[in-house]
Design a protein around this ligand. Structure first.
Ligand code: SF4
Length: 72
C-alpha cells in the first residue's frame, strides 16, 4: 500500500499524528507531513486516514489504484 497527504486539503488538526505519531507530523505551516513512511503498520496508517476529517490522507494500492477515499 502507498499513501500520501493532500497538502491543500489538510486542516492541520493533528488527528493523524494522534493515531500514528511514528508516521505523521505537523510542519511549521501546521500541515501534515510523512515523518517516517515505514514507522507503523499499514493497519495503523489506514486508521489514521479514516480519522482525518477532511480525507486528506490518500491510500493507494502498490499499483496505484485508489483505495481511500473512494471516488464516487
Ligand atoms: S488528520 Fe488530516 S487534516 Fe488533520 S493533520 Fe492529519 S492530514 Fe491534516
Amino acid at each position: 500500500m502507498k499513501f500520501r497527504i493532500s497538502r491543500p486539503a489538510c486542516i492541520g488538526n493533528g488527528r493523524c499524528v494522534d493515531v500514528a505519531p511514528e508516521v505523521f507530523a505537523l510542519d511549521s505551516y501546521n500541515k501534515a507531513i510523512i515523518a517516517d513512511r515505514n514507522g507503523a503498520s499499514e493497519e495503523k496508517i489506514v486508521d489514521a486516514a479514516h480519522a482525518c476529517p477532511v480525507q486528506a490522507i490518500i491510500l493507494e494500492s502498490d499499483n496505484g489504484e485508489r483505495i481511500y477515499p473512494t471516488i464516487e
